[in-house]
Design a protein around this ligand. Structure first.
Ligand code: HSE
Length: 333
């Protein structure tokens, strides 16, 4: 299977490394996955990955015209460009794999419709909770269930900040700078801090869990700017932690969605999800409650999800992007 990659930042470079390091395993699990073309902003930049033998393409929109089967998008922060890359890929008969939650939250349904018509795969496991296979769990592992709720820590940066402030007594700005240095934060960290990134992810989770059209305007969203070290100390004294929690609950025919800082008692597993980890609880009517935890941000974790999507395509597995046909998703009102 021949693939092309747009973006060589933290996630793109990690994807190149995984494809090289685990090439034999990936071949055994599906078929050989050959990265044949890449595109990124700056050709001269020194990157922590081996690009030998890979064609450099200046314009990412030209990737769809290469002799390939799949286009991968790891460009963050430029939604109009990622949308053009997605449309050019699907419009030219290429499967499309993306890590962009903003893209999928805003345009995922249209892209899914295009993919279905063209009999192509649209995949975005990396867009939600990095290396934690939560979409696959919902779409496939829990396919027998009517889901009643999804609740979780969906943003690694804010969880890292809150944990660092709590454990080391540092202030908000110091913790944010460290998260940025470690490559966790969005290009615009306001997306993390104000809960927008978590809302994008929650909207995608809701779509897969409940069959509703992703819509962040339907999510009441509050970030962590106003949380102080004193708040965290106070929560600890009361036997819990403050976490930025995304919740989607089915109430009759509606899904109620919100992202907000919340007190989580120590008895709940989410209280112990620390640092850059994400954690998600899913309740299904047949399976009961499921709890997933893992790295929600960072190059390797996100690359793990991207490459898993590639292996699915290499195996010939095809699934509706949101678990159901795009036209059957309903507006949540
Ligand atoms: N900034 C995001 C986070 C990256 O911290 O979770 C992964 O989506």
């Amino acid at each position: 299977m021949r693939i092309a990659l747009a973006g060589l930042g933290t996630v793109g470079a990690a994807t190149v490394r995984v494809l090289r390091a685990n090439a034999g395993l990936l071949k055994a699990r599906g078929q050989e996955i050959k990265l044949v073309a890449v595109s990124a902003r700056d050709k001269r930049k020194d990157r922590d990955c081996d690009l030998s033998g890979i064609k450099w393409v200046d314009d990412p929109l030209d990737l769809a015209y290469q002799d390939i089967d799949v286009v991968i998008d790891t460009i963050s922060g430029a939604r109009s460009l990622t949308l053009e890359i997605a449309e050019s890929a699907l419009g030219n008969g290429k499967h499309f794999v993306t890590a962009s939650k903003a893209l999928i939250a805003a345009h995922g349904v249209d892209l899914a419709r295009t993919a279905e018509k063209a009999e192509l795969q649209l995949s975005f496991e990396a867009a939600v909770c990095g290396g934690v296979p939560v979409l696959k769990t919902l779409r496939e592992g829990m396919a027998a269930n009517r889901i009643s709720s999804v609740r979780g820590i969906l943003n690694g940066t804010t969880n890292y900040i809150l944990t660092h402030m709590h454990e080391d007594g540092v202030d908000f700005e110091t913790a944010l700078a460290e998260a940025h240095r470690r490559g966790y934060a969005e290009a615009d960290p306001a997306f993390d801090i104000d809960g927008i990134d978590a809302a994008h992810k929650l909207s995608i989770l809701s779509a897969v869990a409940f069959g509703v059209v992703p819509d962040i305007s339907d999510i009441s969203t509050e970030g962590i700017r106003s949380i102080t070290r004193e708040d965290l100390r106070d929560a600890a004294a009361r036997g819990g932690r403050i976490k930025l929690i995304g919740t989607a609950i089915r109430k009759g025919t509606r899904v109620i969605q919100r992202v907000q800082p919340a007190f989580v008692p120590l008895e709940e597993p989410l209280s112990r999800v620390g640092g850059v980890l994400n954690g998600v609880e899913i309740s299904g009517d047949v399976s009961g409650a499921i709890f997933l935890q893992g790295l929600g941000a960072g190059g390797d974790a996100t690359a793990s999800a991207i490459v898993a999507d590639l292996v699915d395509i290499a195996r010939g597995h095809r699934s509706f992007a949101f678990g159901v046909p795009a036209d059957s998703l309903i507006t949540n009102n």
